[in-house]
Write a protein that binds this ligand. Structure first.
Ligand code: ATP
Length: 593
């Protein structure tokens, strides 16, 4: 948990100061019994002393000590509150920054709910522990030690009785620590799974409703909620057992001490004042002992939360900037040369999806990538902007390996329109200009991109391009979202444009219009487009066939149709699942032009 210092360092002075005030308050509480001893042994029992005056002075001193203690307790809260929230914000920001930096492969493995629960409830737990648990644990431990010393000094026999009683308490605390640690971690992981279920159900609410599977989702949720409840009850039982023991043991020890103490006083071996002081001190010391269970539980919860937090933060990003980055040569008038040589890739520890892809897209050229479903077309596209890194071979833009560029330079040069267009809950303008440098984010750039993507419907939205579109653009239709997403890729004016079946949700007329405009616009851009429809192939100068993880044919549509059996097979499969495909369809360079 020392690792928390990485974020908490600036807050340390105030936390230490807060800890000191809390300690001061505890010490004052321990001072009260000593005043009592003075009162009992002095003005109360000593007939020669001025009774009333002494008692009143003593009472006044106790009052002052009480008031100062209260002020110190208040100061602790005031001192620690702000740094606690600051540390939480810093840790949350670090986590989010890191999540943005981690490669897509990481996000493939991690569910949203697990990340969300780390960012929210785990960090809340860590903050509460830092500002309360940690401080109180240290203060309680110090109070305990100082109190024990005072008790031993007051009467070594009674102090010894108390110390012997402390042995089972320490043993119990250690046992509790081992048992509670695992269950605390399990509860947090289960809460993360539950959050994932909520997130997925809300995300897929339309599917659940359309298929009438709401009850199944609810059953699933209730099962997970029950599991979490069982773990929480197990946790609470473990804590209540130790809390009971830590509450009852000191009382039992006090009962024994009382018997021993009264005997010692009766024998004249201990003054009445010392006896009173011992028990008043024991009453102060018992408070932290009784709190110990809850504080230990809080600490172990915070430890589980810290482990979960560090698990993400310590995951190294595998897609990083090179130590000595290269820059791309100045852009040519026709776009960049995209070259994939011997490219291999496997998702996780699975089989190779790409097993030696060789493909060159010349400057300004548009190549359509065609292959059966699951052949790896989307995967191949994602290797260019380094959403994943190749496991073999290389991807080069104008002769420079994409891994030798900084990610910022690379993403300025490459833009992608994904098949599933994700839009953010911001305005159309911000969505479209997302990848454009702020200095270049002009109205002209926006309008032109919207025009080419035939997304001019946005001008008819209530606030035009400033209309905030719903979560993931849900308030737009599928085709509208695709066009905004396409406009976003075009607005970057990249050297290399990657389109993953970007027009699949458009009607035939709109698609033909977008295709025409794209062809006119893409003269200075090299484009690789995944095609599922003949009309998308119409965009292309050449077609590349992806088969068994390799490019097995490159040529115009007509050439491939004549000589490539797998191409014909893919086309038949695509045509069967889509619109009719005929030989005289206006596709390929010759036909399209
Ligand atoms: N994130 C992932 N993790 C693990 N495997 C994946 C992942 N994404 C894709 N795959 C697998 O990789 C293979 C290629 O998938 P990919 O999406 O690249 O195919 P595709 O040719 O684009 O398919 P489609 O035409 O249906 O869009 C598939 O077998 C798929 O199951």
């Amino acid at each position: 948990m020392l690792r928390l210092l990485d974020w908490a360092r600036p807050a340390v002075p105030r936390v230490v100061l807060g800890g000191c005030t809390a300690l001061g308050a505890s010490m004052l509480a321990l001072a009260v019994p000593q005043v009592l001893r003075g009162i009992v042994n002095g003005p109360l029992l000593d007939a020669s002393a001025g009774h009333t005056r002494g008692v009143v002075l003593g009472a006044l001193l106790v009052l002052v000590l009480g008031v100062v203690e209260a002020v110190l307790v208040w100061s602790r809260r005031a001192l620690i509150l702000t740094p606690g929230t600051t540390v939480e914000r810093e840790m949350r920001t670090s986590l989010f920054r890191h999540l943005l930096d981690l490669p897509v492969a990481f996000h493939d493995r991690w569910s949203g709910g697990q990340l969300l629960s780390r960012a929210m409830s785990d960090l809340g737990t860590i903050r509460r522990w830092m500002v309360f648990g940690l401080v109180m644990l240290l203060v309680s431990a110090t109070t305990l030690v100082v109190g024990l010393v005072l008790m031993l000094a007051t009467s070594w026999q009674l102090g010894l009785v108390y110390l012997v009683g402390a042995v089972p308490m320490v043993w119990l605390s250690f046992r509790f620590r081992t048992g509670y640690r695992d269950v605390a971690r399990r509860a947090r992981d289960q809460a993360g799974d539950l959050a994932t279920t909520v997130e997925e159900s809300v995300h897929g609410i339309r599917v659940l409703k359309a298929f009438g599977r709401g009850d199944d989702a609810l059953d699933d949720f209730v099962r997970q909620a029950d599991e979490l409840r069982a773990t929480e009850i197990h946790k609470a039982r473990t804590l209540s057992r130790v809390s009971f023991a830590l509450g009852a043991l000191p009382e039992a020890v006090l009962a024994v001490s009382l018997a021993v103490g009264v005997t010692l006083t009766a024998r004249g071996e201990l003054s009445v004042g010392a006896l009173v002081a011992f028990f008043a001190t024991a009453a102060v010391v018992n408070q932290p002992v009784e709190r110990l269970g809850a504080l230990l539980a809080m600490t172990l919860d915070a430890r589980a939360a810290t482990d979960r937090y560090l698990q993400v933060v310590d995951t190294a990003s595998t897609v990083t900037d090179p130590p000595a980055p290269r820059t791309l040569p100045p852009p040519g008038p026709r776009g960049a040369r995209l070259e994939l040589s011997g490219v291999r890739f496997a998702h996780g520890h699975g089989d190779d999806v790409l097993a030696g892809v060789d493909l060159v897209v010349e400057p300004g050229e548009t190549v359509a990538l065609v292959g059966l479903t699951g052949s790896g077309k989307t995967t191949l596209l994602q290797l260019v902007p380094r959403l994943y890194d190749v496991t073999g071979g290389s991807v080069r833009i104008d002769g420079v390996d994409v891994r030798d560029l900084t990610r910022q330079d690379l993403r300025r040069a490459v833009a992608v329109a994904f098949e599933d267009p994700i839009l953010f809950s911001t305005s159309v303008r911000e969505n479209v200009l997302l990848g454009v440098d702020p200095d270049d984010a002009t109205d002209d750039r926006l309008t032109r991109a919207l025009d080419v993507a035939r997304a001019d419907f946005v001008h008819r939205l209530p606030q035009g391009v400033d209309t905030v579109i719903g979560e993931e653009g849900l308030s737009l239709s599928g085709g509208q979202r695709q066009r905004v997403s396409l406009a976003r890729a075009i607005a970057v004016r990249p050297r290399v444009l990657l389109l993953d079946d970007p027009l699949s949700a458009l009607d035939v007329t709109t698609e033909a219009e977008v295709t025409r405009r794209l062809r006119a616009e893409l003269t200075g851009t090299t484009t690789l487009v995944v095609a599922h429809r003949p009309s998308t192939v119409a965009l292309a100068d050449r077609v590349a066939v992806l088969e068994d993880g390799r490019i097995t044919g490159v040529g115009t549509h007509t050439e491939l149709l004549a000589h490539h059996p797998h191409y014909r097979f893919v086309l038949t499969a695509l045509a069967a699942s889509d619109e009719p495909w005929t030989d005289d369809e206006p596709v390929g360079t010759e036909a399209a032009r």
